[in-house]
Design a protein around this ligand. Structure first.
Ligand code: PEP
Ligand code: MG
Length: 582
């Protein structure tokens, strides 16, 4: 009888995978230190240089493959590895160690990289600390080759498996045998880690951050990876397994059923139309957006471009990526949000902050790093020439901040005009995700061309509940009357001045919230592209007059729990189903 376990992790890539566990273990190396004879030295140097050449070739090939299959952004993740094996100083230092200290190549190389690893490990900057894994990844690859051992790899899996690992490096994931990896479950990693990003792009269900999983799972165990709920179920009994398989089937059927809505408008039964748009992090997602019938991109989180780059991307690099998105979506609109670094996303601060969510984040970073901000704005403006672009600032807390940011757009335009560059005149909007901005939305509406409500942050700041802390997650409630009131007042304030209002937090994809937001008069919903068909179905089944009535009732309620119960009742009665899937 096998041990049944239900392990909670972080949902990293949606979908349900069921399969046999493949434990991907990479033993720590034992690197032998040998002193070689004078006569062996040049042979050792040659061996080292040859291996470096081979690894370089291998990595370039992988990059090409990833580029073909997943596009430029994913391929760039491998650039840091390639840069490392091309690093002249690192090669020279190793060669010198072999020659001067007469050490075997693998030891000399290990010693050279040790300094780098130590420095990265000690860094205060989480981004640099993450880079340590890239160095270790390259080290493993080179050293195992020097020792004549095959490097562990997921490229040659012979059957379909669920991969269970402590961590997966970029090259593990990039080399992975596509057809044979059904799902991934790792101990380390967050929802924005490289594994999560690549798993998403590859359409492989993944759960990361599952504590102790490599100790708890045995090779051959049956493992279910539930990438929606962030759960890994090990050796489920027949009944549980059957439930997962049914859920997976139901999801596939639902997807097929909803695909017929693709070309239809998000129009209520009584003729009111809203716009359903997508949130993206990478240009490769444009394809999915078009497949599900997104009417635009309501939130393009550009910070991900900065997070996967080994250096700050130049204006030119940014321009190329933004243009790809804008052209891909044209003539549909694309809301490009300027950098939102800090908070839970890696910061730019030299020293850690006590309260990063209340600290140097988003527009605050941009306004203090004006050169960087201007480069981003210039890149966005230049991309505006190729379709329909809107510029949006994150984490606006008041009018002055918005005006200052808007002035920077004017400055960027002036520069481009003087250079004779072409651009259009994109609308400039504010995210409403700080309660102070929601409370002065009537004044901000004089300055901004549009609003987009970021409920992920609005909820965390309004209820004082860290959005990433599972201890207080029970308090994180989109239906808290304070949150609902701020959303409603923002919509009213915007409409009072003819400013369209969108909502781009997770709440936009919560089917329970759809009638409420519709009834409050929201113009546009922006969400994970995969959620669009379902929200569209609910809108098409609703009427605006009923939704208004629902919103009116909900706004008068006293607690989030009351709201939720009421909405569940509405669902059962008028929409005929209760959502439990995603
Ligand atoms: C939000 O805060 O709701 C939002 C959409 O932005 P992010 O999740 O990127 O902070
Ligand atoms: Mg936000």
């Amino acid at each position: 009888m096998k041990n049944e376990l239900v392990l909670q992790g972080i949902a990293a890539s949606p979908g349900i995978a069921v399969g046999q566990a493949f434990l991907y273990e990479k033993e720590d190396f034992w690197i032998e230190e040998r002193t070689i004879s004078e006569g062996e030295v040049e042979r050792e140097v040659e061996k080292f240089l040859k291996v470096m050449e081979e690894v370089r070739g291998e990595l370039r090939e992988t990059r090409e493959r990833v580029l073909r299959e997943l596009g430029e952004e994913a391929a760039k993740i491998l650039d840091a590895h390639i840069a490392m094996v091309e690093d002249r100083a690192m090669i020279d230092e190793t060669v010198e160690r072999i020659r001067k200290e007469r050490k075997n190549a693998e030891f000399a190389f290990f010693r050279t990289l040790r300094k780098v690893v130590k420095a990265l490990k000690a860094s205060d900057d989480p981004y640099l600390r993450e880079r340590m894994y890239d160095v270790l990844d390259v080290q493993r690859r080179v050293v195992s080759r020097l020792m004549g051992e095959p490097s562990p790899s997921l490229a040659h899996l012979e059957s379909e498996v669920v991969v269970v690992a402590r961590d997966l490096t970029v090259s593990d994931t990039a080399h992975m045998h596509r057809g044979h990896v059904l799902g991934l479950a790792t101990e380390l990693g967050g929802s924005t880690s490289h594994v999560a990003i690549l798993a998403h792009a590859l359409n492989v269900p993944a759960v990361v951050g599952v504590k102790g999983i490599t100790e708890l799972v045995e090779p051959g165990d049956t493992v279910v990876v539930d990438g929606y709920r962030g759960v890994v179920h090990v050796n489920p009994d027949d009944e549980a397994l059957d439930t997962y398989l049914k859920r997976r089937q139901a999801l596939l059927e639902q997807e097929a059923r909803l695909s017929v809505l693709r070309e239809l408008p998000a129009e209520t039964a009584d003729g009111h139309t809203v716009s359903l748009e997508a949130n993206i992090e990478f240009p490769e997602e444009v394809r999915t957006c078009l497949e599900v019938g997104a009417e635009g991109i309501g939130l393009y989180r550009t910070e991900f471009l900065f997070l996967i780059h080994p250096h700050l991307p130049s204006e030119e690099e940014q321009f190329r990526v933004y243009r790809e998105v804008v052209e891909g979506m044209a003539p549909r609109p694309v809301v490009i949000r300027t950098l939102d670094l800090g908070g839970d996303k890696v910061g730019m601060s030299a020293s850690p902050e006590a309260n990063p969510f209340l600290g140097w984040r988003a527009i605050r970073v941009s306004l203090m790093r004006k050169e960087m901000f201007l480069e981003q704005l210039r890149a966005i403006l230049r991309a505006s020439e190729f379709g329909s672009v809107k510029i949006m600032f994150p984490m606006i807390s008041g009018i002055d901040e918005f005006s200052e940011a808007r002035e920077m757009v004017e400055k960027a335009k002036l520069q481009l005009r003087q250079e004779g560059a072409c651009f259009r005149d994109p609308p400039v909007g504010a995210m409403i995700e700080v309660p102070s901005a929601a409370l002065v939305a009537d004044r901000l509406a004089r300055e901004a061309d549009f609003f987009s409500i970021g409920t992920n942050d609005l909820i965390q700041y309004t209820i004082a509940v860290d959005r990433g802390n599972d201890k207080v997650a029970y308090l994180f409630d989109p239906f808290h009357p304070a949150v609902l009131r701020l959303i409603y007042e923002t919509i009213e304030a915007g409409h009072g001045r003819g400013v369209p209002v969108a909502l781009c937090g997770e709440m936009a994809s919560d089917p329970l919230a759809t009638p409420v937001l519709l009834g409050m008069g929201l113009d546009s919903f922006s969400m994970n592209p995969k959620a669009i068909p379902e929200v569209k179905e609910i809108i098409r089944k609703s009427t605006l007059s009923e939704a208004r009535e629902i919103a009116r009732k909900v706004l008068a309620m006293h607690s989030g729990r009351d709201v939720r119960e009421f909405l569940l009742g509405v669902y059962k009665e008028s929409l005929g189903f209760v959502k439990d899937m995603l």
